[in-house]
Design a protein around this ligand. Structure first.
Ligand code: AP5
Ligand code: MG
Length: 190
């Protein structure tokens, strides 16, 4: 069982890289952003609760997010490992994840972080916003708010995982294939 947290700022390439890594390492990919967007699209109760946060680029409250994540994990208990994409994003979530995995005798194996400069990523998201239909990609103010949220609430997780010797930073700038190669170098030695 290996459980990887794929970490990184908005637009760092978590979803893009997860598509390759999940097949290469036979992992179950859970993107909390994708699950929320599915709920938005289908106008579920969860979608109704999450929409106002997502559309303005704010994090969805921990309780909703943690319950949803647990629910997704419970659907795949026979897996060889998880690739968590976009979760955890707060200290609360990270602690909840540790406690939850411990109930299954599992743990986070490693947190692999895609590193990149905000300004490069903001350009990526503005570009994607032209076609993605994602409300949170539509204007620069909303995009910048996602980085404010990241800096305030998510960046403290770097120290959290470093303290556990589980933090592996990787340069997220380069071609998609180059970045996959760098991530693979880390995953291959776990
Ligand atoms: P989420 O869906 O997780 O969005 P995000 O992290 O803000 O950013 P992205 O998913 O857009 O970026 P990514 O790192 O996956 O990059 P991607 O591969 O797409 O979250 C959305 C919202 O949901 C949050 O704001 C919040 O409201 C809520 N939410 C989700 N999880 C939550 C949680 N745990 N707690 C609370 N709320 C939560 O790539 C981005 C772009 O760059 C693409 O166009 C791609 O083609 C391009 N690209 C990728 N790699 C490269 C490369 N190497 N070179 C050039 N371009 C590249
Ligand atoms: Mg993503």
């Amino acid at each position: 069982m290996i459980n990887i947290v794929l970490f990184g700022k908005p637009g760092a390439g978590k979803g893009t890289q997860a598509e390759f890594l999940k097949d290469k390492y036979n992992l179950t990919h859970i993107s909390t952003g994708d699950v929320f967007r599915y709920n938005l699209k289908n106008d579920t109760e969860l979608g109704k609760l999450a929409r106002k946060y997502m559309d303005s680029g704010d994090l969805v409250p921990d309780e909703l997010t943690i319950d949803m994540l647990k629910n997704e994990v419970e659907k795949h208990l026979d897996t060889k490992g998880f690739l968590f994409d976009g979760f955890p994003r707060t200290l609360n979530q990270a602690e909840a994840l540790d406690r939850f995995l411990a109930t299954k005798n599992w743990e986070v194996t490693a947190t692999v972080a895609l590193e990149a400069d905000d300004e490069i990523l903001i350009q990526r998201l503005l570009e994607r916003g032209k076609t993605s239909g994602r409300v949170d990609d539509q204007d620069e103010e909303k995009i910048r708010n996602r980085y404010v949220e990241y800096n305030e609430k998510t960046a403290p997780l770097i120290a959290f995982y470093k303290k556990q010797n589980k933090f592996y930073p990787v340069n997220g700038i380069g071609t998609i294939a180059e970045v996959t190669e760098r991530l693979s170098e880390v995953l291959d030695i776990l």
